[in-house]
Design a protein around this ligand. Structure first.
Ligand code: MGD
Ligand code: MGD
Ligand code: SF4
Ligand code: MO
Length: 697
């Protein structure tokens, strides 16, 4: 028997925890948290443990495929990698010649391993790179930028030292980041309070010091009243406000009408409860974290909710504080040289983006654009035709509303390619599937994790691919070689690493000891006084020129969310600890533990409709319907129904997930057009559904 162990990076979700993989006879035998990273506590979450089942699953794309029937028909021709690369590279080159390079679009799922494939796009010469973020955290990002001029990841969350943590539409104990959960749990054992503001009692609420059930979509009202209470009662950090913020007086004027009694009417939460909460929070400041949210693509005012959260953190002095939101350090901040970037090999394409970001919509950050606006540009072929689309680690047919409309839009594409390790609606609908090796069977480029102590990290290959699949860098190299981008055509991953590490003083062998290379030996907290915010004034600006100058408001008056008509409910959704988005339902281990989602519905509302727990119900919107089991509870707001996202698969190649549970994204008619104009993200929760008991159940 041969046994070894490899330090690597989990790939079961976007958190990318550091792991240690035990390998016996060329097969993965065990996965645990990297023991050299203390906050991992040697653990992974249930999905992390199911990585082995992903490798062993034969219901995943096993070789390159080219479509043999109509799109979505499921007729495939098995081809060699050479043929697949020739087909895709040939198609891209032809489209580029006929329509210009800008006719090629590419989307991914964000994250630290993008430098190489984004360099490929620059090499081709297209500006049309987008990521998934308009379906996720774009509002958070733009809210952070609007106050501090710095993105959401410029601060970290110092859970370990926090004294009061507030989760508002953030379910940390189910939408898990292992290190954050461990740190928060440690802090709570030392007395840190946890307040959860949610439309239902999720697992985080069950662990909280206080849970407040809020009316769906009324979060902005809650936050405006909190700001008023902080300002009027002088519970905020006056030194921080006067030294590092501008516009606080305007803010105080603006929030004057938003009293606690008013908020009680809007949110359903008692004024006294909010008053007490604000006092406790102020008492714990500055070691407080009001989490600005992650999946904040919910309402047309979600940007303003996130923005008020950042403002509250600022007023409490949490920016830069131990136990609050300390500023992260880049390699440069700790005197180290950063990685060499493949993107720097090519100039940024001068062409305007098809999604309008940066010119039609100057209020938005250009980097990852807005995918839903790219799809609209594909539809209108304006400002110019987009003819090729590569969905790379992205399943927009499940992640965006209106999959049928999207399929119709994609009829205008000459080439649709999916790069993925699992089947997905998007892969099934593509012209070419380039199968990626699952994370345990591939290595990545080296990446930087900025933080209190920044570090380099890398994913190592633990075992060889079972099937004819390839690593990301091999796929991009294969295409690059055929398109004449020789600087990106590599045969050995060691050569990519060498390029990245040149001049840093670090070598690839340095990752072998612990899986990471720390760039500082201790956590470095920078005081707020050392920071020059990237705003007009160098301080945190409440009145933001970039908003005002683009017809948007810095201080937007509250508009009450619509109340659903009798018999209808606002469709809400979120995560569970056992699955990641849409791509784990068919994982044998995880499927066994949770094969389908259920519809949370309030007990009184269900009683009116004659629905009892476990009854099969029909969910209907605009003539479309699916059935699901009801979970009747008084722990959800009566205006809402809730499902875990990612279910309702309809692909015959996924025998386990097939027809299990309900797909929330199919109940969002018109949803591609409903988005937050200030934050850029889709407003997924602006949809109502009818719920009926299924006759005979
Ligand atoms: N209705 C509704 N819509 C939603 C949400 C919701 O809750 N409800 N959630 C939103 C959120 S928060 C997000 S982040 C998005 C997620 O949307 P997506 O990012 O599209 O979802 P995933 O299922 O995580 O990943 C998509 C595909 O990428 C593949 N994949 C995963 N990891 C890798 C990898 O490392 N490399 C490659 N090449 N492929 C990989 C998977 O096999 C999967 O098929 O959906 C959003 N859309
Ligand atoms: N296990 C697991 N972990 C994950 C993921 C996963 O798929 N599975 N996905 C990762 C990704 S991509 C993301 S973006 C994050 C998402 O992380 P989160 O945003 O924390 O997760 P969600 O479960 O989408 O939503 C959090 C909570 O918002 C509540 N909510 C819904 N509407 C409202 C409202 O109007 N007001 C308030 N106050 N609350 C509301 C929901 O009930 C839910 O409990 O999780 C990441 N981690
Ligand atoms: S949170 Fe779980 S699934 Fe996500 S990277 Fe960490 S161990 Fe893997
Ligand atoms: Mo997300």
């Amino acid at each position: 028997m041969t046994a070894s162990s490899v330090f690597s990076v989990c790939g079961m979700c976007t958190v990318r925890c550091p792991i240690q993989v035990a390998v016996e006879n060329g097969r993965v035998s065990f996965i645990k948290g990297n023991p050299h990273i203390p906050a991992m506590k040697g653990a992974v979450c249930p999905r992390g443990a199911a990585g082995k089942a992903l490798v062993n699953d034969d219901e995943r794309p096993q070789y390159p495929m080219i479509r043999a029937g109509n799109r979505g028909e499921g007729k495939w021709r098995k081809v060699s990698w050479d043929e697949a690369f020739d087909y895709v590279a040939g198609g891209l080159s032809r489209i580029s010649e006929e329509y210009g390079a800008r006719a090629i679009a590419f989307s991914d799922r964000g994250g630290p391993f993008r430098d190489f494939h984004r360099a490929f796009l620059r090499g081709i010469g297209t500006p049309n790179y987008v990521n998934h973020d308009s379906s996720c955290a774009r509002n958070v990002q733009h809210a952070a930028l609007s106050l501090t001029g710095m993105g959401r990841k410029s601060v970290s969350y110092d859970f370990k030292n926090a004294r009061h943590v507030v989760l508002q539409f953030r379910n940390i104990f189910e939408a898990v980041n292992v290190q954050e959960v461990n740190n928060l749990t440690d802090a709570m054992e030392k007395g840190c309070k946890l307040t959860v503001i949610d439309i239902r009692a999720n697992i985080s609420a069950s662990k909280a010091t206080q849970w407040m059930m809020i009316r769906p979509g009324a979060d902005y009202a809650f936050n405006l009243a909190v700001i008023r209470e902080l300002l009027v009662k002088r519970l905020y950090n006056e030194h921080v406000a006067s030294t590092y913020m501008t516009g606080v007086a305007e803010l105080e004027d603006f929030v004057r009408p938003y009293t606690l009694d008013w908020a009680q009417q809007e949110t359903g939460i008692q004024a006294d409860e909010i008053r007490h909460f604000v006092r406790e929070l102020a008492a714990a400041a500055p070691a407080v974290i009001w989490h600005p949210g992650w999946m904040a693509a919910r309402y047309t005012d979600s940007f303003y909710v996130c923005r008020t959260i950042y403002i509250i953190n600022a007023l409490l002095g949490a920016y830069g504080a131990k136990g609050g939101l300390p500023f992260v350090n880049t390699p440069k901040d700790v005197g180290a040289k950063g990685l060499n970037s493949f993107m720097d090999l090519y100039p940024k394409p001068a062409e305007k983006r098809a999604d309008g970001v940066g010119w039609k919509y100057p209020q938005f950050e250009e980097g990852p654009g807005l995918a839903h606006l790219l799809y609209q540009a594909m539809d209108t072929q304006s400002p110019y035709p987009v003819k090729a689309y590569i969905a790379y680690r992205h399943d927009p047919l499940m992640g965006y509303p209106e999959p049928d409309r999207m399929k119709a839009i994609w009829e205008k594409l000459n080439l649709l390619v999916s790069v993925t390790f699992s089947w997905s609606d998007t892969a099934w609908h593509s012209d070419v599937v380039l199968p990626l090796s699952p994370y345990l069977e591939r290595e990545s480029i080296i990446a930087t994790q900025n933080g209190l102590a920044p570090r380099f990290f890398v994913r190592q290959r633990a075992v060889e691919p079972r099937y004819d699949t390839k690593a990301d860098w091999e796929i991009i190299s294969g295409l690059a070689r055929r398109m004449g981008l020789n600087a990106l055509a590599f045969d050995r991953v060691e050569d990519l690493w060498k390029f990245q590490l040149e001049g840093t003083g670090v070598s690839a062998a340095d990752f072998n000891a612990t899986g990471v290379v720390p760039l500082s030996d201790k956590a470095i907290y920078r005081d707020i006084g050392e920071i020059r915010f990237k705003t007009d004034t160098g301080r945190m600006d409440i009145i933001t020129k970039k908003l005002e100058g683009n017809g948007l408001m810095s201080l937007k008056p509250y508009v009450s969310p619509k109340t659903p008509p009798e018999g209808r409910f606002r469709l809400t959704f979120g995560r569970c600890a056992l699955h990641t988005q849409g791509h784990t339902v068919n994982n044998p281990l995880l499927f066994e533990q949770m094969p389908e989602n259920v519809l949370w519905i309030n007990q009184k509302a269900a009683a009116k409709l004659g629905i009892a727990n476990n009854d099969r119900v029909e969910v209907i919107q605009n003539g479309y319907s699916e059935t699901i089991a009801a979970y009747v509870t008084d722990m959800i707001h009566p205006e809402a129904v809730f499902v875990v996202h990612g279910f309702g698969h309809r692909l015959p190649v996924e025998s386990r997930a097939f027809f299990k549970g309900l797909a929330d994204n199919k109940f969002m008619k018109g949803g591609l057009d409903i988005w937050d104009q200030a934050g850029g993200a889709i407003a997924y929760q602006e949809h109502f559904v009818t719920v009926k008991k299924l006759s005979g159940s």
